[in-house]
Design a protein around this ligand. Structure first.
Ligand code: RTP
Ligand code: MG
Length: 131
């Protein structure tokens, strides 16, 4: 069984999409193993987004993630990492297929409702940061 770290970002919480997002994972047969509503600190976000530190969107990304509470969870299941990324959809709103969370609800490359780990290494790293 794989575990992946998912975050419902501040825009997802603000727009009342917590239930919608969790429901999509559950309907696919994935299990929510841990789940918390928290205010992310700058320190935790700097660790989480270390790979993007030099990117031009980094500062805006960190302040957006501190705009309001986020839901952080561990989602578990067979091939959970890739399945959750498929359910979330592409980062670019013009490329996110309809039927994915981003395809259905996001129209910004930054404010895109959800985060999910992209590999086994990053899921282990991210779970140890948030839990
Ligand atoms: P995520 O990490 O959130 O699951 O999304 P991802 O793998 O599809 O995207 P990634 O390249 O890891 O980027 C992380 C987050 O940074 C914001 N972003 N903004 N303004 C921009 O050009 C830009 N590019 C990325 C998004 O919030 C993205 O999810
Ligand atoms: Mg990523």
């Amino acid at each position: 069984m794989e575990k992946t770290l998912v975050i419902i970002k501040p825009d997802g919480v603000e727009r009342g999409l917590i239930g919608e997002v969790i429901s999509r994972y559950e309907r696919k047969g994935l299990k929510i193993k841990e789940c918390r509503l928290i205010n992310a600190t700058k320190d935790i976000l700097e660790q989480h987004y270390i790979e993007h530190k030099e990117k031009p969107f980094y500062e805006g990304l960190v302040s957006y993630m501190m705009r309001g509470p986020v839901v952080v969870m561990i989602v578990e299941g067979n091939e959970a990492i890739q399945l959750v990324r498929n359910i979330n959809g592409s980062t670019k709103p013009t490329e996110a297929a309809m039927g994915t969370i981003r395809g259905d609800f996001a129209n910004s490359v930054t404010e895109n409702i959800v985060h999910a780990s992209d590999s086994i290494e990053s899921s282990e790293r991210e779970i140890s940061i948030w839990f």
